[in-house]
Design a protein. Structure first.
Length: 214
């Protein structure tokens, strides 16, 4: 059953926890994923309560953010119990955030609509205008360049450069961002992704034109 107080309490808890996060999984990323997930849930007629809570909690157990994943899962479980989410709903929410935080879960089709929506919303935040901004912000934080013609193709990298994971922002478009459109689970997300994808292609065309002095 939809319970707005539980959503609000959870939102405040996550906001406080992530306000100073620096890995691209800050509170505003969560807030955007949450809003996008609501849009998708309405279009796809999914269970909004489950979708909203899973979207809000989706990064709290990510091993890029927490030292101990099992502990983080426990904490989320206690939280849900504490705010009065039924154990059946808690299980559904935890299953969603565990499956989508699983790295390389790329090709595995998620088995509930609610999980598919949260994953789609998370992926939509990695493309389009926001996705471009996040990509350059991430590269900057790693000390990677905007673009390096030498490093843009795996074949041109030395073994050491490749091992060190030395990359550049534009390379990340080809390695990941331009692939996300075709990985969307739901029709509603695919529709949103089309537009964001086209914008990135346009962006890259302009980027390379300007790179060449045109
Ligand atoms: P997720 O949110 O799916 O866990 P990541 O932690 O891999 O994704 O990435 C967080 C953000 O940083 C995303 O917007 C992603 O596109 C961007 N990012 C990840 N790796 C790179 C990279 N090597 N270069 C530029 N941007 C990156
Ligand atoms: Ni995320």
């Amino acid at each position: 059953m939809y319970n707005e107080a539980i959503i609000n309490d959870t939102k405040e808890m996550v906001r406080e926890k992530l306000l100073n996060e620096g890995t691209g999984h800050d509170w505003y990323h969560i807030e955007r994923v949450w809003k996008t997930a609501v849009t998708l849930a309405e279009k796809e007629k999914a269970n909004r309560f489950i979708v909203e809570l899973a979207a809000l909690l989706h990064d709290l157990i990510d091993d890029k953010l927490v030292a101990n994943k099992d502990e983080a899962v426990q904490e989320v479980m206690y939280w849900l119990e504490g705010v009065g989410v039924t154990s059946k709903d808690s299980e559904r929410i935890l299953e969603i955030i565990e499956t989508i935080s699983f790295r390389g879960g790329h090709s595995k089709k998620l088995n509930t609509l609610e999980a598919q929506i949260v994953q789609d919303a998370d992926r939509l935040d990695a493309i389009g205008a926001i996705g471009i901004a996040r990509c350059f912000a991430y590269a900057g934080s790693k000390g990677d360049p905007l673009f390096d013609p030498k490093l843009s193709v795996r074949e041109k990298m030395t073994e050491e450069e490749y091992r060190k994971g030395k990359s550049n922002a534009v390379h990340h478009f080809y390695e990941k961002l331009l692939k996300l459109k075709d990985l969307m689970n739901t029709g509603a997300a695919r529709e949103m992704a089309e537009e964001r994808h086209a914008f990135m292609e346009d962006y890259l065309t302009r980027f390379f034109n300007e790179w060449e002095g045109h």
